[in-house]
Design a protein around this ligand. Structure first.
Ligand SMILES: [Zn+2]
Length: 686
């Protein structure tokens, strides 16, 4: 923890962390395409917790510490609200933490120091949590965890999973929700990826992602074509719980016909729990499925009840995680890749090695500092770690003490030979070539036409590189002038009348692009998809955004305040926008593209409502909806939702636990209502 960190810096960092963690949650849970390792993710979460502990007044409404799992993704599956929230578990990484955990419970229950607390222990399957609702013994609904409160309806999909009975056998309570993990076995995962590779289709990073991608399908026949399994680990809403302990209840669920882990045991003391942990850890490699730890739960259900929940996790359960898997290999080369923003990323080429069931031959080395921290040089023996997940990383250099010249990080761009420097306070080294750097220019063009940006079909990487080399594509606007080169393109190998016309038609179709997509496509630093949309909502037309951003850059307080007042926009974005328009070549790219395309004014569909045109701030806990849902409602009613209370705020919706924002609203004499009154406004406008 940085002792001299200012409150403003901490607030900025917390904002960045909230956004980064939300993005990685989305990539991991919704897109099944994680981009960072679990360890890196955990580091972000830990940093967030540290900062929040040091600056309790800065805890954000959208803080990751307040969320379970991920926000429910925009998906074709319909949403299901869980009658009883699906919780997540706290983690322990050492025996001491497990002992502490048992000690805490003992104190909470006011038991004597030496009292043993019987607990169940079972392997923690790395799958996708699912809730199965049985009414009168018949499966009526299956839902994914989602954000813990709202998941996705996968009833049709689980119908194809043979482990999940459609009908339970025996004496079943009127309503009973079985909870457990849908997973894919290691063998089925390997077979699926082999089949995907043969079709040149998407390769899944790990069995968990494959299971999630297979279950969350609009077309249940896709799910049916993949072999999925299920193991129960607990229950949710029930009309009755016919047993008094966790262990006997799980036995009963098994008797009803739902599979339960064969590793589930009852432990009468902590020593037995830890013994079972070691046993499962040893058996791990031979188990048919991936696991990442052992879960302990208090056996007595009346004690579970008394212990209850803290924040998003039960006090009576804990996941004891396994250490990450490691392997040793040789670093054979360090290559430098130049990205769209000119960032030089070192990539380690490794002697291929298997770690955690995956052959690894490349590893990102992140940046210059990381190479220096590990003292990496070509030829070094390194330890690679892969934590039940995605991107492996180098965690140790075994030959750092052997005398050899240190690796010299390039001070010139390997693509354009321009100087490469790290700005003050930045770890990333960037090529200063800007538009003369072919790597940056082609990466920017690729970004410009990519699916999330302008989405121009038929203009792939190969074509961009080819046209760029010919001098036909200097900047994004040139894309819209390609039609003048129709005859020339036809002389190129591989192009026919039809393919050229298809490409030109795809380009023409984007003459009136969505303003937010166009703004995002320009690749301004810190302006991602969401930020671009937020900016367009506020400024409606791009020239107006430029005007305000330029003013803010010259130090105009009002312009700066206008930008900062937008929820989710912080100083980093304001600075990046100012810098962008300050650079002459960016302005010419901007003007050039706006001479070729005309994005219509950005229209937010609104309803006539009493809050139309007003600025609303939500604070405190909302009980019947997520904050995102509330914000979406405000926007649909023509209101703007802001992140902080100021003189420009018209209305504050405060839930329980509202703190400084509520106080400020009262000081400024701003109208404050509760969640129910807000719901009435929404209902009246509906
Ligand atoms: Zn360069």
């Amino acid at each position: 923890m940085n002792a001299n960190l200012s409150e403003a810096d901490a607030a900025n960092e917390l904002m960045r962390l909230a956004r980064a963690i939300a993005q990685h949650n989305r990539l991991y849970h919704a897109d099944d395409a994680p981009q960072i390792s679990d360890a890196e993710y955990d580091a972000l979460v830990r940093r967030n917790a540290e900062l929040e502990a040091a600056f309790p007044s800065l805890v954000r409404d959208d803080s990751p510490s307040r969320l379970v799992g991920h926000e429910v993704a925009a998906s074709p599956l319909s949403k299901v609200r869980h009658e009883q929230r699906m919780m997540s578990l706290d983690n322990a990484f050492s025996d001491e933490e497990v002992v502490d955990f048992v000690g805490r419970m003992r104190r909470f229950l006011a038991l004597p120091e030496d009292a043993e607390v019987a607990m169940t222990a079972e392997d923690k399957i790395d799958g996708l949590s699912c809730s199965l609702r049985y009414e009168r013994g018949v499966l009526v609904r299956a839902a994914t965890r989602g954000d813990g409160q709202v998941g996705e309806d996968v009833t049709a999909n689980v119908a194809t999973i043979t482990d999940i009975p459609q009908q339970l056998m025996g004496d079943i309570p009127e309503v009973f929700e079985v909870r457990g993990e849908v997973y894919m076995s290691k063998a089925d995962f390997a077979a699926l990826n082999a089949a995907q590779a043969a079709k040149d289709d998407k390769i899944f990073a790990n069995p968990r992602n494959a299971a999630a991608g297979s279950l969350r399908q609009k077309d249940a026949s896709v799910t049916a074509s993949r072999r999925l399994c299920f193991l129960a680990h607990g229950w949710g809403a029930t009309s009755a719980v016919p047993e008094a302990t966790q262990f006997t209840m799980m036995q009963r669920i098994a008797a009803w016909g739902v599979p339960v882990s064969p590793q589930l045991v009852l432990c009468n003391d902590t020593a037995t729990m830890l013994q079972h942990y070691r046993k499962i850890e040893q058996a791990r490699a031979d188990l048919p499925y991936d696991i990442d730890g052992v879960v302990y739960k208090v056996d007595r259900l009346d004690w579970q009840e008394r212990l209850g929940f803290v924040a998003k996790s039960p006090r009576w359960a804990m996941a004891h995680k396994f250490p990450a898997e490691r392997a040793e290999t040789t670093l054979e080369a360090i290559d430098i890749q130049v990205g769209r923003t000119g960032k030089l990323t070192p990539v380690g080429r490794l002697k291929p090695v298997t770690v955690g069931g995956v052959v690894v031959s490349n590893v990102t080395l992140h940046n210059r500092d990381e190479i220096a921290r590990l003292g990496l040089r070509v030829g070094d023996r390194v330890v690679l770690q892969r934590a039940g997940d995605v991107i492996p990383q180098v965690v140790e250099n075994l030959t750092r003490d052997v005398s050899r010249d240190a690796y010299a990080f390039p001070d010139h761009c390997p693509e354009c030979s321009s100087e490469a420097v790290a700005e003050e306070g930045e770890v990333d080294v960037r090529c200063t070539g800007g538009l003369v750097c072919p790597a940056q220019r082609t990466e920017r063009l690729r970004h410009f036409v990519s699916r999330v940006a302008l989405d121009i079909e038929g203009l792939g990487e190969k074509t961009i590189l080819e046209f760029f080399a010919l001098g036909w594509l200097e900047s994004p606007a040139d894309i819209f002038r390609l039609k003048e080169r129709r005859t020339e393109i036809l002389t190129r190998e591989g192009w026919k009348e039809k393919s050229v016309d298809n490409l030109l038609a795809a380009i023409e179709a984007k003459r009136t692009p969505d303003a937010a997509r166009l703004l995002f496509a320009l690749g301004i630093r810190h302006v991602g998809v969401v930020t671009a949309r937020d900016l367009c909502k506020r400024f409606v037309a791009l020239p107006r955004l430029r005007e305000v951003a330029e003013k803010a850059h010259t130090g105009d307080e009002e312009a700066n305040a206008e930008l900062i007042s937008i929820d989710g926009i912080g100083p980093a974005v304001v600075e990046a926008l100012g810098d962008f328009f300050h650079e002459a070549h960016n302005v010419s790219v901007w003007e050039d593209i706006l001479s070729e395309v005309s994005p219509p004014d950005y229209v937010v569909e609104t309803k006539d409502s009493p809050v139309a045109g007003k600025t609303v701030v939500f604070t405190g806990a909302l009980e019947t909806m997520s904050r995102d849902e509330a914000k979406a409602q405000a926007e649909a009613l023509g209101a703007r939702s802001a992140g902080s209370v100021s003189a420009k705020t018209d209305l504050v919706v405060a839930g329980p636990g509202a703190g400084s924002k509520l106080k400020k609203a009262q000081e400024l004499n701003i109208e404050v209502i509760d969640e129910a009154a807000w719901a009435d406004i929404v209902k009246a406008a509906g």
